[in-house]
Design a protein around this ligand. Structure first.
Ligand code: NAD
Length: 433
């Protein structure tokens, strides 16, 4: 069993990494360690994967509605730009740290390469609880943050997008601020924008749709019928909510959900459409009437066929992996599974469809949005969904075949496919100077 290597024993460890036990950066490093033996001569460049190219920490001071001034800590990390401009979301969350943003940026490098999108990997975040800010405070914070990271972002440099607690309105403010600063309208600087500002049809639902499309193909390959499948979803936001809706439409039963407000269980399937309306109104699943309340950790032991972690990283610990009754895990969230849990899933024969392919629908349609912005020519939603399915399922099948050929889990296979592409680009570009 391969555990994350404690920082003190890593000669290559970066000095500013705290290395706490469930550090997502250490999870990422452990995933890289697993792939290096398969990289052949490209392993020479593997150290490139273990450090971010650039990490920017910014101070974000804003005037609050009551006249006081508050400072927030913001980040933008560009993990790797060998294959193209940086691409990755911006997260607003009280627990955001540099280490977390580094890991999320690195997973974007792997994800973009695994799918074959012409991007490097980047991510951003602000350490803030956005629910404590007024609409105007949120706008001021977003604009100041955008201005501060303006030295590293741009349509050809690094293109942010929504992530946890950020949305099309926030992308509109980011696009406007960047545009004001350069004296022109640069729609291609962010994706996930509102439609009238150069956004793409299908973007809002793209990540959840991708989880569904890839999940359906994976289910087919292990002989699990989606019709009647029992689903448990953690996180009922942009990713988990949409994935749940599409699985329910396809005849699956969403039996359990959990979010930051609580958990719900209904053996014959929750009414997902009504639950979505409830979450929009009450900002959480708590208080939904037509279900039993599911306490704390009980969520992980519910009787289900498919488990979809779609909240935050590090949720699937070794103990939770031992408890689950699922036959398949679809990683809607980024980095939800700790390396020790990965080993448990492998030993138990539970298929894990890794984040870097499973939730890549969002960045794939972001790529479509960026292309549409450059050509100022917009596609229909059917066209977008058809291209999304073709690219994502095609990438999944290639990873599946690599896993069979090398006899490794899907995550290692996805990393092999992606890291070969990244390091090949690295090798061909060569070192400057
Ligand atoms: P969101 O803000 O729309 O929803 C987040 C959900 O997680 C909410 O339901 C929230 O209640 C829940 N949550 C937060 N903390 C929790 C906790 N401690 N326990 C249980 N639930 C908790 O965010 P999202 O866009 O759906 O993102 C969810 C995950 O998917 C993140 O890991 C994100 O990085 C990843 N992701 C998002 C996209 C995208 O396009 N939005 C793309 C790829 C990956």
């Amino acid at each position: 069993m391969l555990q994350p290597v404690p920082p003190a024993t890593r000669q290559d460890q970066l000095s500013y990494i705290t290395g706490h036990a469930d550090s997502p950066w250490l999870t990422y490093l452990a995933q890289v360690d697993r792939v290096v033996p398969y990289l052949g001569p490209l392993a020479r460049w593997a150290e490139t994967l273990r450090r971010p190219k650039r990490a920017l920490i910014v101070d974000v001071p804003i005037e609050m509605d009551d006249g006081t001034v508050r400072h927030f800590e913001g980040f933008r990390v560009q993990h790797n730009l060998s294959r193209g401009p940086g691409k990755g979301g911006v997260r607003y969350h009280p627990q955001v740290t540099l280490e977390e943003v580094m890991a999320l940026a690195a997973w974007m490098t792997v994800k973009n390469a695994a799918v074959g999108l012409p991007y490097g990997g980047a991510k951003g975040g602000i350490r803030v609880d956005p629910t404590q800010l007024s609409h105007k405070e949120l706008e001021r914070m977003t604009r100041r943050y955008t201005s501060e990271i303006g030295i590293v972002i741009g349509p050809q440099q690094d293109i942010p997008a929504p992530d946890v607690n950020t949305n099309p309105q926030i992308m509109a403010w980011m696009m406007d601020t960047y545009s004001m600063n350069i004296g022109g309208t640069a729609t291609g600087v962010v994706t996930g924008k509102p439609i009238q500002l150069g956004g793409s049809l299908g973007r809002v639902k793209a990540t959840g749709r991708g989880v569904f499309e890839v999940g359906r193909e994976a289910a087919r390959r292990i002989g699990l019928p989606v019709q009647g499948a029992r689903i448990a979803v953690q996180g009922f936001g942009n990713v988990g909510g949409v994935a749940a809706e599409l699985f329910a439409e396809a005849g699956a039963k969403v039996v359990a959900v959990q979010d930051h407000t609580g958990g719900l269980y209904k053996g014959d399937g929750l009414d997902v459409v009504r639950l979505s309306a409830h979450v929009r109104e009450h900002h959480g699943v708590a208080g939904f009437q037509d279900a039993e309340v599911l306490g704390g950790d009980d969520f992980w032991g519910v009787d289900c066929d498919i488990l979809i972690p779609a909240a935050l990283e590090g949720q699937l610990t070794e103990a939770r992996a031992r408890r689950t009754k699922a036959k398949m895990v679809l990683e809607g969230a980024n980095g939800p599974t700790l390396p020790a849990a990965d080993d448990v899933f492998n030993d138990r024969g539970i298929l894990v469809v890794p984040d870097v392919i499973c939730n890549a629908g969002g960045v794939t349609v972001s790529y479509f949005e960026w292309v549409q912005d450059f050509s100022s020519f917009f596609w229909s939603e059917d066209e977008i969904n058809a291209r999304l399915e073709r690219i994502l399922v095609g990438a999944f099948v290639a990873i599946w075949e690599t896993a069979e050929r090398l006899k490794v889990p899907l995550r290692t296979a996805a990393f092999v496919v992606a890291c070969e592409r990244v390091l090949q680009a690295r090798a061909e570009r060569g070192l400057y100077p």
